[in-house]
Design a protein around this ligand. Sequence first.
Ligand code: GLN
Length: 234
Amino acid sequence: TGDFTTVEAGKLHMATNAAFPPYESTSDDGGFEGIDIDLAQKIADDLGLELVVDDMDFSSVITSVQSGKEDIAMAGLTVTDERKQNVDFTDTYATGVQVIIVPEDSDIKTVDDLANDKMIGCQEGTTGYIYCSDTPENGGYGEDHVVAYTNGATAIQALLAGKVDAVVIDSQPAQEFVKANPGLKILDTEYVSEDYAIGVSKSNTGLRDALNAELKKLKDDGTVQEILDKYIKA
Ligand code: GLN
């Protein structure tokens, strides 16, 4: 693989929002855990770098890579055309889809019911927010019907407190949140499946190439699948 430099010599700085299980969350011992953490650790080990996890709001993850403060963005990060204008993405290593979480006794039964003057909680800057805040002509509900929270955990707290009627979030985190908070359930949507990949600065193509070579190796030898299976219980 080609040459690259990192923000801090010998280290790989990872920008993430550690409130998005099973991809990243804080662990009981005060560290971080999840699919992205394990995968980044493997990659850093192979590249001979020390992994440094930098926890921040999701809405800062891409900009921090773009501005050269962080080496990589790994945050269950969906590849979108708009984001591609700001950062490069590696090959994809996982997929997700947006789903709706509602209280068990909610009158929201399908995605169509969200249009009936409901308030929807989303995470700031996420694809879920982008879909929901779009105009009704484009399949959204309009900005006035969406409340942006800094992370998934706080959106769920707002739902439990009755401040919003539903939360739209990625499917695997949704399952974790529902497991941890009795009284909530998940409605399926027909939103398209999203690809998760690692965001890298456009000026660090050497690092992007090295990450792609690593991802290929870790996919081929079964490591990526092993990490996904460890955190996503069928
Ligand atoms: N996959 C979604 C996105 O990229 C949400 C990611 C997250 O909240 N960590 O917008």
